[in-house]
Design a protein around this ligand. Structure first.
Ligand code: FAD
Length: 468
């Protein structure tokens, strides 16, 4: 018999429960990818994600060729495409790994029900997260709103489950009338993303390379160096995790082995905890689905957000006149990624100092990040804006100058991304406005806002939230 494995954001062959089930229970497996961005509602993949997806599908295609098969590409809608494939190949079963975005949960539930009614065997599997969002609950069976107790619960549930091997042999079925990768039209028309390939290798092999680097080297310093944007102090696995080219289980097994071999535990727990944030973000999105586009804390509906397109554009283009903010926004544009500490700082500048709604920032990130992920992005933005779960007290507004002095003390990060300031003396690098005429002489703008005044305005705005 034949089983269809419907690949979605699990673009790998290892630790793939749907693929393992299909290969063990059936004689042949038909691997299928269906392009159906409309089914993702308001959050169809943005431009940087589409660039990544193109290359990740290409990589999976090559990996499947090595098993003498191919990834059968189709353009949606998903249900009708699966039905047509079942009809054409006589497939008896459809398997997939679960996704958790609200629009996709609704779609998958409906597809599962319809196919089952038609006598097709359908099963979905868990692999993207440590645990499903409904498997980590408080003693009262409620979802968590605070990370630390969530993590304590989840951490206690984690055993040493090894990742699943790629099924061997993998007997693959082919189907007729597939689309070409180019027909999916994923690549941007402008050459904006050309530089991305200097920084990234989408696909399972690229993910494993990043993981090796972390295991060999970076993990040891992870706890201390993860806040330094100039260094490669973090794993940079986020786009690989988003597209499911690697699973948390694969990461953990590899890192555990490296730690056992070197005898140096340091770094492992802080790293697992960071992956715990990813589970937490999915937990929040699953249990509070409106949080992807509405304030989780409804009191923030009263916040006096300011709309100003010209100011928003300055932020997007990295022309705010605040060096660390501009460095981050330019890193994002050039590489499709931004360091976590800097994400918090640029988000705080937009939502607090500039007073713009977090959704403006979330949408820009959505289009420009290669790791754009609805759960992680919504959680990150709402956390910084103060409207989400587990947010820091509102008055803790990041000061981009003191943050730069602390986390980029030599200014390497700023010099890398803001070439106007490359040769600025250290005392002016973080505050180029401190000497009259200096910024202008380098073609660099003066700050769009006074840091202190805009901080005070944010605090005043917050009074509306507090007092109703
Ligand atoms: P590492 O430090 O190596 O962490 C390992 C993995 O843990 C990451 O790859 C990621 O999957 C997960 N992780 C780490 N921190 C977080 C976090 N705070 N929340 C959820 N998961 C986390 N991350 C995304 O993957 N996609 C997004 O769209 C996204 N948008 C963000 C927006 C804002 C405003 C903020 C403040 C954070 C956002 N993050 C997002 C979280 C975080 O910045 C990135 O996951 C991280 O910078 C990725 O780099 P890394 O893989 O080197 O991280």
């Amino acid at each position: 018999s034949i089983a269809i494995v419907w690949f979605r954001r699990d673009l790998r062959l290892q630790d793939h429960p749907a693929l393992v089930a299909a290969a063990t229970r059936h004689e042949r497996v038909l691997p299928v990818y269906i392009h159906a961005p409309d089914e993702e509602g308001d959050w169809a993949p943005g431009a940087a994600s589409r660039w990544w997806l193109h290359h990740a599908l290409d990589a999976l295609q090559r990996d499947l060729h090595r098993h003498h098969g191919e990834l059968h590409l189709r353009i949606g809608p998903s249900l009708q495409t699966l039905q047509a494939l079942i009809e054409a190949t006589g497939a008896e079963a459809v398997y997939w790994n679960r996704l958790y975005e609200p629009a996709l949960v609704a779609r998958d539930t409906q597809i599962k029900q319809t196919l089952r009614e038609q006598g097709v065997h359908v099963a979905s599997f868990d692999a993207a997260l440590w645990r499903n969002p409904w498997q980590v609950l408080t003693k009262q069976d409620e979802p968590y709103r605070v990370f630390t107790p969530f993590w304590r619960n989840l951490r206690a549930q984690l055993g040493d489950e090894p990742p699943l091997d790629t099924p061997s042999p993998l007997r693959l079925e082919k189907a007729k009338d597939g689309a070409t990768l180019d027909a999916l039209d994923l690549l941007p028309r402008r050459d904006w993303a050309d530089g991305f390939s200097e920084h990234w290798t989408p696909g399972e092999a690229g993910a494993m390379e990043m993981l090796e680097r972390l295991a060999d080297d970076a993990l040891r310093g992870y706890g201390e160096l993860r806040d330094r944007p100039a260094l490669v102090g973090t794993s940079r696995l986020s786009p690989h995790l988003h597209f499911g080219e690697i699973t948390p289980r694969m990461a953990r097994a590899k890192l555990r082995a490296a730690v056992d071999a070197s005898g140096e535990e340091k770094g492992l727990e802080p790293y697992l905890r960071e992956l715990g944030w990813r589970d937490f973000a999915h937990h929040v999105m699953y249990h509070f689905p409106h949080s992807v586009d509405r304030n989780l804390d409804e009191r923030f509906d009263r916040y006096p957000w300011r709309d100003d397109d010209a100011a928003l554009e300055r932020w997007q283009q990295g022309r705010t006149g605040v060096p660390l903010v501009d460095a981050g926004m330019r890193e994002l544009w050039a590489t499709g990624w931004m360091h976590n500490r800097v994400r918090m700082i640029v988000a705080s500048w937009l939502t607090k100092n500039m007073g713009q709604h977090w959704l403006h920032g979330a949408r820009w990130f959505w289009d420009t990040l290669v790791d754009a992920d609805l759960a992680n992005n919504s959680l990150g933005w709402q956390w910084v804006a103060g409207s989400g779960v587990d947010a820091a007290p509102y008055f803790r507004i990041f000061n981009p100058v003191t943050q730069a002095q602390r986390f980029d003390p030599e200014g390497e990060y700023i010099r890398r991304w803001v070439p106007e300031l490359r040769d600025a003396p250290k005392k002016l690098l973080h505050e180029p406005w401190a000497q009259d005429g200096f910024a202008a002489s380098r073609g660099y703008p003066l700050p769009m806002l006074d840091i202190k005044d805009s901080r005070q305005r944010a605090l005043d705005g917050y009074e509306a939230v507090r007092n109703g």
